[in-house]
Write a protein that binds this ligand. Sequence first.
Ligand code: 13P
Length: 250
Amino acid sequence: MRKKIIAGNWKMNMLPNEAIQFIEELAPLVKDTENEVILCVPYIDLFYALLTAQNTNIKIGAQNMHFAENGAYTGEVSGKMLKSINVEYVIIGHSERRQYFNETDETVNKKVKVAFENKLKPIVCVGETLEQREAGKVEEIITNQTKLALEGLTNEQVENTIIAYEPIWAIGTGKTATKEDANYAVKAIRNKIAEIYGQTVADGVIIQYGGSVKASNAKELFEMSDIDGGLVGGASLKVEEFSKIVNFNK
Ligand code: 13P
């Protein structure tokens, strides 16, 4: 049985003092969950978040990284740097990075490889635009993004990759994919992984849903056969709301 992983993506929100307070308040509310809890926070918050989350079941992740180990890349942060302060997870290829910061399937693939080299667990985002959905291309787009993101990885690495299916039209819009549509898309991703890496690997991969997840819809989404939890944006900025999402099955 795959476990459920609930990850918050704070995006460019929360100052260090707010991060500390949030984690102090969240920790007692989620301490008894059997689900994995991750907060992906801005770089500036990482160190404070890691310290505050010590001795709790809350894991900390970053929202991006560069693929080079070091060098003349002004403003960037490497996987090695993240690992040096014990960051465990890193989101790679979020649609906002693809849209605003020229992230491509190729850079996503490079970053995923470097994440594993640094023993970071990547959360790889894939998802279609509204236009692509309306053109009936959902499956083609998301399975291709998945294939390219995972190219050249070992079976073991693929099994340790978290994939987040985030339809772009559902991000920050209040529009959620229906549980059936979301499960269908997640299943398509799993089938593609099975085709390339075998059924055992595909059965082990965690595939989340993201896009306007809230306390009121988390349960119905996360109880679908192939959806293994969620990547949560806006609703992860409110302690009470996020704790309810984490505790969806309690
Ligand atoms: P919202 O939950 O705000 O729609 O954001 C989803 C997301 O982009 C998480 O990575």
